[in-house]
Ligand binder design. Structure first.
Ligand code: BGC
Length: 928
């Protein structure tokens, strides 16, 4: 049946809507829903809508229930999967039908049908029943397509140029192939990867919207390939495919100017798979028939930028009629080992556009554009000059005290774009294989006008859906949240990096563990971390040591630091909590265990006091003796994280049913804590390092016996007061300090820390104009000068870890750890800090959770949303009188149960739905 016939049949069957989205790639979610009381939407497979490169044998399926009613629980579901969308909607051709399954589970359900084969595309639908005896209509049809599951599916050969000049920092090779197709095409998919980073074109059109593909993995062990549906780009007749390859992470300059980390030679592997309308297949493979040449990109580097000579462009090089007689032949390389895996996480895409906020001439006489936001990406321009003229763009995060362009903190990273014009007309350009961390752009060699018509900055980052938002009545706190989110955007470039601007940009594990939980609130990071954790596992040493950076491109003997390597246990646990993803625990379990095993072997009498540790990195170091640097003993920290990792391993073992391990590690944990107390704590509970971090870690990881905890919390508060309510923690204490204060009833002090505007504090950079989180509490010192340029990034997310407390405590959205993934939600807002309003929303796998409170003349109002198929425990603070919900006493509302008064709080359970609570707030004073 052809397209026209198919349309006719579908129209008759009233299924034109299905056809519309199937043929136009419109997600079913975009089609206007029917007004029915219960619907199923947002069907995702392995965290993606309609993925086309799935290599999980049993992919996981999730969906959301949509209803206006309160108290909706799914009681059963039915999934059906088929090879043909149209038949499926008629209940025919089903390859896997679950029948009605009596279960409330609506997320992370494993496909359980027949084994799927390479390239197989299957369609799926769901319907659900609820506790009100309603049944939803069948959902819209979504699909997933399997990737190339066997190495033998790869018929293409790796190809390379034969140029001597093909070295790091040299020109980027362009590979091409023309081909003629004499029949009509039904579908075409491009499977492609590279040693290096690639950009492909078919018939002159860029393929897909990914940048820096195939992303960064531990290439020698895992190399991702990308898949693109290019059906609409392929023509009957002459066609061409062209692929440009840049140095990227494969061999480009990296830390310490190291290069060729994974190899010296760029290479391409791709196969364009065509299915004709008669069902026959043809594959255009990369092989020795391809041609290669250099073009306009004279060099490209993540650190240093790009040199582009437009005079060297080869117009039409990726079209079928282009003559490539002067191009060179390629060689094939059969020695390249196949470690090919499908791309599983989100790819890097182009996001926000920034127009110039100001164009200025600095005191040094330089022309600078201020884009108003420290971002990661590049500048695109449309400028006119003379053929042969060169312009140069430089990128910086800040201007110095005098207002001059400042690049010292980039260290050796040049972040420079050089462009040579080919004509006297307007030329448009944006870079290809580089990214810059910047807010300011200096232009040299161009004197004409600069404005929003001819210059713009674009942010590039991993394509993670924004799932969270947080705001309050305090503008500075809102800017802090903005900075946290932009820190995340700028540093989630396929891997979680420390910073995006200087000559570093690596997956530092300590930074990632500190920020990971906050990240789960801002954006959907499930796929992002799952992919990166596989690289962690791949690069973990045999003895269990976890490298400082992942993927590991540092000296392999450097490994294992407390608070850094612990990302091996912390990140899987956070992903599990946010998405109820047991698979990530399963996937990482051996790695978690190996990490704890490593520490065990390096401990004596359960005490880990050896090795090199970074300690509480970038803690408050003070300015003079009287200031009291807040230095915490590194071994004390190591012991605390040893306990934490062991606890998380026990948690994972319990969830995965490894009861022997639960027992073994529970004993171990007891001994670790005993050793901690005898080594670092006096019998009265004073710690050998009397710092904030010391008490924070001891309390947060339950290191102290119960009877010493309250007094330790007091000592912590005392220490904070000694510093005039300033924070003095570094990377390791910062994520937990406010949580510990809240847990021990001192949210008031946590708010003092949050609201402090002088150094060191979260709002100090905000007051100094920060638009991202700084690496140091005093990147710009109170006297206006800069910190040491050797380590002064203005886009480092670690201190942004306070975001987790903003969501979980200030707005009060949390998941019950015993029923995670926000299946059982805890809503516990904590007013304070003179805020009159705070609100957060989080798009969970079940739908939107919301908690929004206001205080107006002593009246506390809380609006919450609890998505279908979940329940929530609500804990309201400082309750004096009766609480109403939508004007009714909560005791009379049937959806509210188990009402209890505990101290000043009132607690109760609610079923799904929206609620509006109001009551008079007890006047708060500082507790002692
Ligand atoms: C990075 C950090 C990292 C640290 C480890 C720095 O250079 O930027 O964020 O965690 O090194 O010491």
């Amino acid at each position: 049946m052809n397209y026209i016939q198919l349309t006719g049949v579908l129209k008759k069957a009233g299924l034109s809507i299905v056809l519309l989205f199937l043929l136009n790639n419109i997600s079913p979610a975009q089609v206007q829903p029917l007004p029915v009381p219960l619907r199923v939407e947002n069907l995702i497979c392995e965290y993606k809508t309609n993925p086309i490169s799935v290599d999980a044998a049993n992919p996981r399926l999730s969906w959301k229930l949509v209803t206006q009613d309160r108290g909706i629980q799914q009681t059963s579901y039915e999934i059906r999967v088929g090879n043909n969308a149209v038949s499926l909607t008629k209940g025919k051709g089903i390859i896997w039908g679950t029948g009605r399954i009596y279960s409330a589970q609506s997320i992370q359900i494993y496909y359980g049908g027949p084994m799927l084969t390479s390239r197989q595309k299957v369609y799926w639908q769901v319907r659900v029943w609820n506790n009100k005896n309603q049944v939803s209509p069948w959902s819209m049809v979504n699909f997933w397509k399997m990737g190339l599951l066997k190495q033998s599916d790869w018929t293409a050969q790796w190809i390379q140029d034969t140029y001597q000049s093909d070295t790091t920092g040299g020109p980027t090779p362009m590979f091409r192939k023309s081909f003629k197709l004499d029949r009509k095409i039904r579908a075409a998919h491009l499977y492609i990867t590279a040693h290096g980073v690639f950009e492909a074109q078919i018939n002159g059109k860029r393929v897909g919207e990914d940048y820096f593909a195939p992303g960064w993995t531990s290439y020698n062990k895992r190399l991702q390939y990308n898949v693109y549906d290019v059906t609409t780009s392929i023509l009957k007749g002459f066609n061409a495919i062209g692929v440009t390859i840049g140095d990227g992470w494969y061999r480009g300059y990296t830390y310490n100017r190291k290069k060729d980390v994974y190899g010296k030679k760029l290479a391409l592997l791709c196969q364009l798979e065509i299915v004709y309308t008669n069902g026959q297949r043809e594959i255009i493979n990369s092989d020795k028939t391809w041609k290669v040449a250099y073009g306009p990109i004279r060099s490209s580097s993540f650190f240093d930028g790009e040199e582009y000579d437009a005079r060297k462009e080869k117009p039409g090089w990726a079209t079928g009629t282009y003559k490539d007689a002067t191009w060179d032949t390629v060689k094939t390389d059969t020695t390249i080992k196949a470690n090919l895996i499908a791309t599983s996480g989100p790819t890097v895409k182009k996001h926000e556009k920034f127009n110039p906020l100001k164009v200025l001439t600095t005191p040094a006489g330089e022309r600078v554009v201020d884009f108003g936001q420290n971002l990661v990406g590049w500048v695109q321009f449309k400028l006119k000059a003379k053929a042969g003229d060169t312009i140069r763009l430089f990128h910086a995060e800040v201007l110095d005290q005098k207002g001059n362009f400042y690049t010292k903190n980039l260290r050796t990273a040049k972040q420079e774009i050089t462009y040579v014009f080919k004509s006297d007309s307007v030329e448009t350009y944006e870079p290809h294989f580089t990214f810059q961390g910047f807010r300011f752009m200096k232009i040299v060699g161009y004197d004409g006008p600069l404005d929003s018509t001819n210059v713009a900055a674009y942010a590039l980052y991993s394509d993670m859906a924004q799932t969270g938002s947080f705001s309050t009545s305090n503008k500075l706190v809102n800017q802090l949240q903005h900075n946290i989110q932009w820190g995340q955007k700028g540093n989630f470039i396929d891997v979680p990096t420390d910073c995006p601007q200087r000559d570093e940009r690596m997956g530092w594990t300590g930074d990632a563990q500190a920020f990971c939980r906050t990240a789960t609130f801002n954006m959907d990071v499930a796929g992002f971390f799952t992919k990166w954790l596989k690289d962690l596992q791949a690069d973990q040493h045999k003895d269990g040591a976890v490298p400082y950076v992942i993927p590991n491109m540092l000296d392999s003997t450097l490994s294992a630091a407390s608070g850094w390597s612990d990302v091996a246990t912390i990140a899987p646990w956070n992903i599990y909590l946010a998405y109820n993803d047991k698979q990530v625990l399963q996937q990482q379990y051996n790695s978690m265990k190996a990490w704890v095993g490593y520490i065990q072997r390096h401990s004596r009498n359960y005490l880990w006091d050896t090795g090199n540790h970074f300690g509480d990195w970038l803690f408050y170091a003070g300015t003079n003796y009287e200031d009291g640097a807040a230095l915490t003993d590194k071994n004390l920290i190591a012991q605390a994280f040893y306990a934490h990792s062991t606890q998380l391993l026990i948690n994972a073992a319990r969830i995965l049913g490894h009861s022997d391990d639960v027992q073994t590690y529970t004993k171990l944990l007891y001994n670790i804590k005993q050793a901690f107390n005898s080594e670092y704590v006096t019998p009265n509970g004073r710690m050998i390092s009397g710092t904030q971090t010391s008490y924070v870690l001891a309390l947060n990881f339950d290191m102290l016996p119960e009877n010493l905890r309250a007094s330790a919390a007091k000592r912590l508060v005392g220490n904070i007061e000694d510093y005039d309510e300033h924070i003095t923690t570094g990377f390791l204490g910062t994520p937990y300090i406010c949580h510990v204060l809240s847990r021990f009833g001192r949210t008031d002090i946590a708010y003092d820390l949050l609201m402090k505007e002088s150094y060191p504090s979260w709002l100090y950079p905000v007051k100094n104009g920060a638009t991202t989180i700084w690496e140091r509490w005093d990147g710009i010192k109170p006297d206006g000068s800069f910190e040491d340029p050797e380590m002064n990034s203005f886009n480092h997310y670690a201190y942004g870890a306070i975001g987790d407390w903003l969501y979980r405590v200030v707005a009060g959205i949390n998941t019950d750890e015993d029923d995670p993934g926000f299946h059982k939600i805890v809503i516990a807002p904590h007013p304070g800090g003179k805020l009159t309003m705070a609100q957060a929303e989080l798009e969970t796998l079940y739908g939107k959770v919301k908690s929004a409170w206001t205080i107006d003349q002593g009246i506390f109002t809380l609006d919450i949303v609890v998505p279908p198929n979940t329940t929530a425990q609500v804990i309201l603070p400082y309750v004096t009188d009766a609480i109403t919900e939508n004007g009714l006493d909560i005791n009379t509302v049937k959806e509210i149960t188990d009402i209890k008064k505990i101290g000043n709080d009132e607690q109760f359970a609610v079923v799904s739905g929206s609620y509006h609570f109001v009551y008079t707030l007890k006047v708060q004073g500082k507790k002692n």
